[in-house]
Design a protein around this ligand. Sequence first.
Ligand code: MN
Length: 363
Amino acid sequence: MERLMTIGEFARASRLSAKALRRYDELGLLTPTRVDAHSGYRYYAGTQVERARLVAWLRRIGMPLAEVRDVCALHATDPGSAARAVRAYWARVEAETAARRDLAASLADRLRGSTGMTTTVRPYGLISAALSERGRVRETNQDRARAGARLLAVADGYGEAGERAATAALAEIEALLPAPGVPEAGRRAGDLLNALEDAVRRADTVVGAAAPGSGTTLTAGVWTGDRLALAHVGDGRAYLLRDGVLVCLTRDHTVVQARVDAGELDAAEAAAHPDRALLLRALDGADGGPVPDLGLYDGRPGDRWLLCTDGLSAVVPEAEIHGVLAAGSGPDDTVRALVALAEGRGGPDNVSCVVADVVPAGS
Ligand code: MN
C-alpha cells in the first residue's frame, strides 16, 4: 500500500498551507484520503498532489472557491470545459477591471477639478432589438423590455401589479436619456453612473407608490457611444459576447446565488434549487431602497450585448444561449431565436431578451 503523506508533507508538495488544506477539506474541494479517527490528523495520497496544485493555481488567479470547485469537477471529466471555464472567468475579470479603470480615470478628472466639458466622442452605434413574451404557462406577461440606440433594459415584475411595477421602473430609466437628437454633451462616465443609481432609487419609490405589494427586477444599460453604463437589481442578466467568448457581467441577487458564493451549493445544485427565484434585492419601495450593482463596460465594433430575464437564463443552458448569440443572425432574429429556445423548454415563465450589436458610427 502506498504510504500516505501527512498534511505538512502534502502542504509542501502542493504549495498550499495546512490551514488552506483544512478549509478545502471542509468545503469538499480536496478531501483527505484518510482522517485518523482518533487524532483527527489528515493524510493525503500522492495522486492528490495534481488536484491540489490545480486548486492552488486557481486561487492564485483570484478565482472564488465556488468556481474553483466547478473547475475541479470539470477537470476530472472534461478538461476542455475546464479550460473554457478558466478563460471565461478571466474575461470577466478583465471586463470588471476595465470598468474600474474608467471609473478611476473619471474620479481623477473630477478631483482635479476638470470641468469635464470636453467634446463627447460618440464613435460607435448600437443596433438593437427587444422581445418580451408571456411564455407557455403564465396567464399574463409581467416582464418588460426596451431596446433603442441609447437604452437597453429588461424588468421582471412580480406580484399583483407586477406589470405596472416593471413599466414604471423602465420609465424612470428612460427619463434619464436626453431628448432625441440632443447630444449628451460632456457627461462624464462616473456622473452617468451616479445618475443611473439615482434613477434606480427613484424607480424604487415610484414602484412602491404605483404598485404597492408588488415589485420588479431591473437590468438596464445606457450606451454612451463607446461604453455601456449598467445598473442591475435582481436576477436579470447582462452578457457580453466578444471574440467568441460569452461573459456574464451580472450576479444574481438571489438567496441561492449567495449560498453558491459562500461555497454551500455548486452551480448544478443552484440551477435545480426550488428557491432559485427568491430575490435578495428588488425594486419594491421597501425601506432603505435597493442597492444596484453598477458597472461601466467598454464596447467596440463586433461586441454583442444580451440582457435577459430569468425566463431565459433559468431554463436555457448558457452554452445554448452562447450558440444562438454567436450564430451570426441580426438582433431581431436572435431575440426571436432565444425566446423560442425558452418556449421549447416549456416556457414556464415570462421571457424577455434584448440583443444589441456595437457597430461603427454611421452604419
Ligand atoms: Mn421571471
